[in-house]
Design a protein around this ligand. Sequence first.
Ligand SMILES: [Zn+2]
Length: 269
Amino acid sequence: MQFIDSHTHLNDPAFDLDRDEIISRKVPQAGVILNVEIGCSAEEWKPALELVDKYPSSVRAVLGVHPEYACKINADSLKQLNTLLSDPRNVAVGEIGLDYTCFEWTSKEKQLETFSQMLTLANKTNKPIVLHVRREGEDYAAYEDCFHALKHNWNGASSTRYPGVLHCFCARYEEAKRALDMGMLLGINGCFTYKKNEYIREAVKKAGADKIILETDCPYLSPQGKRGQRNDPSNIPAIAQFIADYLNMPLAQLAEITVRNTKALYGLK
Ligand SMILES: [Zn+2]
C-alpha cells in the first residue's frame, strides 16, 4: 500500500538530528512514497528546493508566505518568490491564507495584504494553492475573509485537476462546502483523530473520501495516541486507518483515492 504526505515541514529544526534517517528509511518503510515540503517564509524557500535536490524521488516543494510571517515580507522577497515559483521543483503556492490566532506577530491588515499578493502570484503562475486558515475560537471570520479574498482576487488554477487544498481542515461542513464548491480538496491530518473533534469527522464524512488528501503537517499535530510527540510522515498510515475506519471503507481504497487526489492536485506523475 502506498501513501503521500501532502504537507510536511521536514526542514524544521525538530528533524536536525535524524532528518536523513526519517526521509531515507522510516518514511518509505511505512509506505509513504512522497512528501510535499512547505516553505513558509523567505528563509525556508531555498532549503525546501534543496530538500528536493537531495531526495528527488521522494520530496516536492511548495513555496509561499504563511500568514504568520507576513510581517517579514518585502518587495525583494516578493520578487524572489515570483521567480522561484516557476521552478519545476515547486508544485504549488503555499501555504498562504489567514491566521486569526497570531495577531501579536502580524496584523489582520498585513495578512490580508500579503494574502492578496500571494493570490496575484498564484494567478500569474497558474499553480494550485495550499490554503492555511485558522480561526480564533468559535469565530469563523478568518474563513469568511478568506473566501471573500478568493472570490475577488483569485482566478483558480487551471494547470492541474484541482485548483487548491484547504490544508489542516479543522472546521464545519459549511466551510468545507465553500472550499469544495470552488473545486478544492480538504487536507486531513491528526486533528481528525482527536476525541473532541467529532464535528470535523462529520464534515469529512459528508464531503466524502473523494474530496480529501492526507497530510501530517509534521512536526506538529501527531495523531491520537502519539499526541505531544514529534510528528513525522510515517504516521500517515495511522491517520489513514483512523479515517478509513470512520468512513467504513477499506484502508487500501482510501490510500488509492488520496494518492490519486494528491497527484492530481500537485500535477505529479
Ligand atoms: Zn504547515
